[in-house]
Design a binder for this molecule. Structure first.
Ligand code: AMP
Length: 217
């Protein structure tokens, strides 16, 4: 299968997938699709999918593959996905990766490219436990880089909140789940030949630069 425009962002929780996906999707002119964001919107909107997914998300466990694959399949059928998608947080298991390969094949979109962002575990825990998200624009910041006591977004002034799964027990669980269920995807995509490994440390702009260089070479 020829290589298409769809791009997958792999990386542990806290590796910076969301931040990088925002930058790279703009640079590459493709649509940012985050399965975590879609799920959180479903939970907030009280949909049937949200009700099914909530308990898994609160614990830091993965939502079952069939729900995720149906959700992504439906999303890919929308017009705004026609020019390429940057997947953030999907696939996260081998069955999801295999299902995506099949969907891309069936729809003639071509093989996806894969960027794996690599960050040491100690740094992941530091990033996740201090992470704050803006309710207005989705901007992600870290308490260490905000003035003490600031509860509003430095970008848009919206309210900053801490994700319910960014607390110690769910963080531990998410990192374990990632090691067990998502890391095998490195081998899956490595053997298919589309894997680009990128150092995820340092400022987001530097990481993005490295990722773009890898994608363009
Ligand atoms: P994220 O925003 O990507 O960290 O995702 C937050 C939570 O949503 C995860 O901890 C999972 O519970 C759920 N989730 C997001 N994407 C997936 C996926 N591809 N497969 C299973 N669960 C997912």
């Amino acid at each position: 299968m020829a290589v298409g425009k769809d791009t997958i962002m792999l990386g542990a929780p806290g590796a910076g997938k969301g931040t990088q996906a925002k930058i790279l999707s703009q640079e590459l002119g493709i649509l940012h699709v985050s399965t975590g964001d879609i799920l959180r919107a479903n939970v907030a909107g009280g949909t049937e999918l949200g009700a099914k997914a909530k308990a898994y998300m609160d614990r830091g466990d993965l939502v079952p593959d069939d729900l995720i694959v149906d959700m992504v399949r439906a999303r890919l059928q929308e017009d705004d996905c026609a020019h390429g998608v940057l997947f953030d947080g999907f696939p996260r298991t081998l069955p999801q990766a295999e299902a995506l390969t099949q969907v891309l094949q069936e729809t003639g979109r071509g093989e996806a490219r894969v960027v794996a962002i690599e960050v040491a575990e100690e740094e992941l825990v530091r990033r996740l436990s201090g992470r704050r998200v803006c309710r207005g624009c989705g901007h992600i910041s870290h308490v260490d880089s905000l003035p003490p006591g600031q509860v509003t977004c430095p970008d848009c002034g919206g309210e900053l909140y801490q994700r319910s799964d960014d607390s110690p027990e769910p963080i531990r669980q998410r990192l374990q789940v990632h090691a067990k269920q998502t890391e095998p995807l490195l081998e899956y995509y490595g053997s298919r030949g589309g894997l680009l490994r990128v150092d995820g440390t340092g400022p987001p702009e530097s990481v993005a630069e490295r990722a773009l260089t890898a994608l363009r070479s």
